[in-house]
Design a protein around this ligand. Structure first.
Ligand code: ATP
Ligand code: FE
Length: 362
């Protein structure tokens, strides 16, 4: 099978073509960083406008790069949810309209399921075996999930407040780092990786380690910590470059230490339930961070149970339509299609993939 897929759940407009034999024929990602940098984050109305402008370009380019025309595609997939309602609507309508006009089947995909299943495509043939643990660390989520099959996921831990990706974005903005066309989270990583020495300013207390011993994340306290320091110490203008560097570096470490703490608790949780879990998948935009990759690899070397950690390549950790095509593949192969009347679902838990009800909040 050859599947054309669209993704527009947040700020990237994506289209891709993938075959059921795992060949990525094209992978188009049009980023909107310039649109959102002036707003300091994703502006929903501006994002919808940009998707509407870019989706026809992305779709056309995906087919051209794959060397195909629409008649040679066997089905069309799109991100059904979760995400920003208006943004989801752009992919949904593009997919349904093309599919209806060309008599192709259509499948709506869960965005977090797609992040979780990416390594089954990218690590072939050394793919994780079910059940496996998954960290989904992204702009909208911080989840620790047990993946039991392609379609069954159990949430072990989620964030009590903000996602890890959103916290990276906020701290990056508070430290006034330039997005440089790569976005706030990646800009913070790049700033931290610089060769200069950093030194924490007097009066900067260590970052908190929220909710010790509990299987739940909390990230809001990390950005509040930076915010409070800046508020009581004359703002970002009064912070020297070495201090700014040390604050950014110790924030990054604190963000990742929390993931390590919760991972060790999750391993204990699996052992208590006698679950034979051998792989940890780490996916979502934050998983493209090199320090996170190093830290989790090191943490698992000392883990009580052997577990191998699998990261998709960085370009397939952040949003893309290849993962949407891949997560739809088992449904196209089983002829399990959606109706052309299917709607987006902005709020949709990964535990409710089989729930066919509509989004009540839209
Ligand atoms: P979700 O997947 O939860 O719906 P999303 O699709 O908006 O959210 P992703 O594209 O999966 O999010 O990830 C984007 C997030 O990842 C942003 O918050 C971004 O700042 C963060 N991010 C991207 N690269 C890095 C990096 N190198 N280090 C840290 N964070 C990063
Ligand atoms: Fe995402």
């Amino acid at each position: 099978l050859t599947i054309l897929a669209f993704e527009s759940s947040a700020d990237d407009t994506c289209a891709a073509v993938l075959t059921s034999t795992r060949k990525i024929l094209s992978n188009v990602v049009i980023k909107q960083h310039e649109v959102h940098e002036s707003w300091g984050g994703i502006h929903p109305a501006a994002a919808v406008m940009a998707h509407q402008r870019n989706m026809p370009i992305a779709a056309k380019r995906a087919l051209t790069e794959a060397g195909l025309d629409i008649s040679q595609v066997d089905g069309i997939a799109f991100t059904r949810g979760p995400g920003i309602g208006g943004c989801l609507g752009v992919s949904c309508n593009a997919a349904k309209t093309l599919a209806a006009v060309h008599n192709k089947p259509v499948v709506g995909v869960h965005h977090m399921q797609a992040h979780a299943l990416t390594p089954l495509l990218t690590s072939w043939p050394d793919v994780p075996s079910f059940p496996f643990l998954t960290f989904l660390v992204s702009g909208g989520h911080t989840l620790l999930v047990l993946a039991e099959s392609l379609t069954s996921f159990k949430i072990i831990a989620t964030t009590r407040d903000e996602s890890i990706g959103r916290t990276f974005d906020k701290v990056s903005r508070m430290l006034e780092l330039s997005w440089d066309g790569i976005g706030p989270g990646a800009a913070l990583e790049r700033f931290c990786a610089g060769p200069e020495q950093g030194s924490l300013p007097d009066g900067f207390y260590p970052f908190p380690r929220p909710m010790p011993g509990q299987l739940a994340f909390s990230y809001a306290s990390l950005h509040s910590h930076v915010e409070r320091y800046l508020h009581f110490n004359g703002g970002i203008e009064s912070v020297s470059l070495p201090s700014k560097l040390a604050i950014a570096r110790s924030f990054q470490l604190a963000a990742f230490s929390q993931l390590e703490d919760k991972l060790l608790l999750a391993l204990q949780w699996c052992a208590n339930k006698s679950l034979d879990v051998r792989h940890l998948v780490v996916s979502g935009g934050v998983a493209s961070n090199t320090l996170l990759r190093e830290r989790l690899n090191a943490c698992l070397k000392n883990a009580p149970t052997p577990l191998s950690v699998i990261f998709p390549p960085p370009s397939l950790c952040t949003d893309n339509a290849v993962m949407i095509a891949w997560a739809s593949m088992h449904r196209f192969l089983a002829h399990d299609y959606d109706d052309y009347s299917i709607n987006p679902r902005a709020k949709w838990s990964i535990e409710e993939l089989h729930d066919k009800s509509e989004d009540r909040d839209m």
